[in-house]
Design a protein. Structure first.
Length: 158
């Protein structure tokens, strides 16, 4: 009787672990979301939330895209440095660590300056109420995107 219980227990554990690992194995598969689709959804989402006119959209989107391109460069550099520090903290010299930390602070400062610069640019082409709606819509879209990625258990294709 004990042997049967043991076999049933082991079988149950194996079945459960197969199901759990089978679901987590989605990471190797291609993600159904891609950058072009995300960008199209973002444009539609933000345009709808801000209720942009055609003229406003024509002036706004080039500025917004330019801002995002510049921020993306800074985010990538920040991420790279953070990864280097996390993986190599034990082998990096004090001087290398200090240089990387100093650069991280510079990047944060550059991002803040960039936000300030583009805030003024947005206000030059949009009413301030729509600028406020932009910030809210941008935050909402990021939350929506995080939920989508969570559901798909993947990262977007590049």
């Amino acid at each position: 009787m004990k042997t049967i219980k043991l076999i049933l227990s082991i079988t149950t554990i194996l079945i459960c672990s197969t199901l759990v690992f089978g679901q987590a194995g989605n990471k190797g598969e291609k993600c159904p979301l891609d950058d072009e689709k995300i960008q199209a959804e973002k444009i539609a989402f933000i345009t709808g939330k801000m209720d942009l006119t055609v003229k406003e959209a024509q002036q706004f989107w080039p500025i917004y895209n330019e801002f995002n391109d510049k921020m993306d460069v800074l985010f990538k550099e920040e991420h790279k440095i953070t990864r280097e520090l996390k993986k190599g903290i034990e082998v990096l010299s004090e001087s290398d660590i200090e240089t990387k930390l100093d650069r991280l602070l510079e990047i944060r400062s550059e991002k803040a300056k960039l936000e300030q610069t583009y805030h003024e640019k947005y206000k030059s082409v949009l009413p301030v109420k729509k600028v406020a709606l932009l910030y809210d819509a941008d935050r909402e879209f990021r939350k929506l995107l995080l939920h989508k990625y969570k559901d798909h258990n993947c990262t977007p294709e590049k």
